[in-house]
Write a protein that binds this ligand. Structure first.
Ligand code: HDD
Length: 696
């Protein structure tokens, strides 16, 4: 690790960086430009002349600025960082140096994305999130192109165009944008039962991450680790976020999509800018080759997980994202991931979805990035040396020297030479007749969907039912709704009945055999760690006359615990506190909303609270935060604002600190109070509240 903390990739990029400081304006030919505001014309009022090369070049370059957006995962945000293995636990399992040498710091670039929406769509829509990592290892680039859900919609990649056509905006009117709540997706789903497990994930809160920094990542497929002796071990890759796995609630996501469509992207950017570097642990589930058939599902089936209780996830390293890109287009837009980018020690399995991806990613980069030389783009270039006989093509930037561009050659001294320790594919024995047929071992589409349902907390189940009702409620043809309910009946009769009751469909008859009762606690977000308030955004509502001591003491304790506090008031500037001193306002209330914060605190001060009670924005702020299950704190006179905001179903303390359902009240900003409030914020949400009658 170099003393200046920069990775080798960062250093490599120096050669490509350009900054305008101390330069003069030039054409692309390097000719200095003296006027870029007026086109060349005969006379002041004459037409523009063809010979104005600067005008033509400027306009032409502009006209060609856009490239095709990704056919899926068009909307995304990226960052650089590094990966470090914890130790050599995988030595002997894989020849991949970056996974086994704890002394190595491997640079990475990660791009997070939504799937269905266009480049300009909102961040907080209900969707799968992409989680693609490019490791610039010393043995070449390894891309782990995963998602925040561990399974997929289909089992064979030949169905990918069908699935994507169904989920994308409908072809006749291009409606709806970035939403799965429409006829074609659900028509596909009802006819394709293999989607059932993934649809459970998509209808769960996993599809609404609070932050890219608070979501898991999964390689999805079973891959192979291969050691120096050529022996294989099956592997599933997992990313676990250090901040826990947390989600927004549905009503909130829709409002955020309007208030701040860049919510997740901004969150990532700001955290890295503030030095709150997001971190994930890489874990692996390992399965010996001999145990390939030891499970009640097929390891090659991408609609299945290996329950963590059956094969534990072993932590093997950590990834930290510590640098924002310099230029969105050059880096985040032009980064090209490909599942086939593997390094010695990592290989594929015969998962038919993965096999299709091995074709599709290179193909898509060729059209998207305009030719075969996209690997030379700075963000895509490996750190290890590239030397081969590939030549020419659009945008070739390497100046290949020499006469011999073929192998074998003697005129070029035989170079580049064949590597003695080159990548060797795992020598799996494969034989069979050429057939188009799905394996029988892929036929069970429901057991793991049931496992997922059984593993959810009651509030997670409620959210899933509400999501199915919302989405299917947008589907016009009744036979499609009925088809989905028929599938859900195979998952669990409770689920099917509760969904059916909300969408005008006859509830299904009870099944002949009751559903299994297996659970996997690791699947529930209710079991995600809630031990930190790091980077959580706390809104402190205030007006003139606020109790300045409350603001200062609470801010100090929360900041000390890692949270970010903002004082919100009717207007920017500063407030005069009850004691006469000034309190700086961070933002005007009218420019933000409760949905952009994790928690709310109402300090005391009679005048301040009276003003807030008469301000609809402030009152709505509190009731909406309550509705969304967020921690709410109120001190002294601030407690009375809860009444106005209809936060009436909780016990409140006027002097003593009282916590009830994540609402923390008390007389002073004592250690007791701040500790209780911090615990309530760390819990993320308080789903135990009865919210049905609360408007917001
Ligand atoms: Fe894919 C992009 C993840 C199945 C074809 N995919 C793409 C990205 C992610 C994933 C994260 C965005 C990469 C970036 O940020 O640039 N895709 C997945 C996962 C899948 C999956 C986890 C199932 C396990 N994908 C899948 C299949 C196919 C594709 C079955 C085709 C047969 N995916 C593509 C693509 C994209 C893509 C069309 C669009 C842009 C790109 O590749 O670079 O080739």
């Amino acid at each position: 690790m170099p003393a200046d903390g920069r990775t080798d990739k960062d250093r490599q990029l120096d050669a490509d960086r350009a900054a305008p400081e101390e330069t003069v304006l030039t054409t692309d030919q390097g000719v200095a430009v003296g006027d870029t505001d007026n086109s060349l014309r005969p006379g002041e009022r004459g037409p523009t002349l063809m010979e104005d090369f600067h005008f033509r070049e400027k306009l032409t370059h502009f006209d060609h600025e856009r490239i095709p957006e990704r056919v899926v995962h068009a909307r995304g945000a990226g960052a650089y960082g590094y990966f470090e293995a914890y130790g050599d636990a995988l030595a002997g399992v894989t020849a991949a140096e970056f996974l086994t040498d704890p002394g190595l710091r491997t640079p990475v670039f990660v791009r997070f994305s939504t799937v269905a929406g266009s480049r300009g769509s909102a961040d907080t829509v209900r969707d799968v999130r992409g989680f693609a990592t490019k490791f610039y290892t010393r043995q070449g680039n390894f891309d782990l192109v995963g998602n925040n859900m561990p399974v997929f919609f289909i089992q064979d990649g030949i169905k990918f165009p069908d699935f994507v056509h169904a989920v994308k905006p409908e072809p006749h009117n291009e409606i709806p944008q970035a939403s799965s709540a429409h006829d074609t997706l659900w028509d596909f789903v009802q006819l394709q039962p293999e989607t059932t497990h993934m649809m459970m994930w998509l209808m769960s809160d996993r599809a609404l991450p609070r932050s890219f920094r608070m979501m898991q990542g999964f390689g999805v497929h079973t891959f192979r680790l291969v050691n120096e002796a050529g022996e294989g071990t099956f592997v599933k890759f997992h990313w676990k976020p250090k901040l826990g796995t947390h989600s927004l609630v549905w009503d909130e996501t829709q409002k955020v999509a309007g208030k701040d469509p860049d919510f997740n992207r901004r969150d990532l950017w700001e955290a890295i800018n503030d030095g709150d570097f997001p971190e994930w642990e890489l874990g692996v589930q390992l399965v010996a080759e001999a145990d390939e058939h030891a499970f009640d599902f097929d390891l090659l089936d991408p609609t299945k997980i290996i329950p963590e209780e059956e094969v534990p996830v072993r932590p093997v390293g950590r990834m930290v994202l510590d640098r924002n890109p310099d230029n969105f287009f050059a880096e985040t837009e032009q980064v090209a991931f490909h599942t086939a980018n593997v390094v010695p020690g990592i290989d594929f399995s015969n998962d038919p979805l993965l096999q299709a991806r091995l074709f599709s990613y290179l193909d898509t980069q060729l059209i998207r990035l305009g030719g075969p030389n996209f690997t030379q783009l700075p963000v895509n270039r490996p750190l290890s040396e590239v030397s081969n006989h590939h030549r020419d093509g659009y945008h070739q930037t390497t100046v290949h020297r020499g006469q011999a561009a073929y192998h074998p050659n003697s005129l070029g001294g035989g170079c580049p030479a064949i590597a003695g320790d080159g990548y060797t594919h795992y020598q799996e024995r494969v034989d069979g007749n050429k057939i188009r047929k799905r394996s029988e071992s892929f036929a069970d589409h429901y057991s793991q969907a049931t496992l997922f349902w059984n593993s959810m907390a009651d509030w997670e189940k409620e959210h899933i039912v509400a999501a199915f009702r919302f989405e299917l409620g947008k589907v016009e043809p009744m036979h499609v709704r009925e088809g989905v309910v028929r599938n859900l009946a195979n998952v669990h009769p409770d689920l099917a009945t509760r969904v059916a009751e909300g969408i005008g469909v006859e509830p299904p008859a009870p099944p002949a055999t009751p559903p299994g009762d297996r659970r996997s606690p690791a699947l529930s977000q209710a079991n995600s760690p809630t031990d930190t308030v790091a980077t959580r955004k706390i809104a402190i509502l205030a007006a003139d006359g606020v109790d300045g001591d409350h603001v200062r003491a609470a801010t100090a304790a929360l900041t000390e615990a890692g949270a970010n506090c903002e004082v919100l008031a009717a207007a920017d500037g500063s407030l005069s506190a009850a004691s006469g001193d000034d309190v700086t306002v961070t933002r005007a209330l009218t420019t933000v909303a409760s949905v952009l914060y994790d928690a709310v605190l109402v300090p005391g001060g009679v005048r301040s609270v009276q003003t807030l009670a008469g301000d609809g924005d402030a009152v709505h702020f509190v009731s909406e935060a309550f509705k969304h299950g967020k921690a709410i704190g109120a001190l002294g006179d601030g407690v009375s604002l809860l009444e106005v905001a209809r936060v009436t179903s909780v016990r409140r303390g006027d002097r003593e600190t009282v916590t009830d359902q994540g609402v923390v009240t008390g007389g002073t900003a004592s250690g007791d109070f701040t500790e209780a409030f911090i615990t309530a914020v760390a819990a993320h949400r308080h789903p135990e509240r009865d919210l049905s009658a609360v408007p917001a």
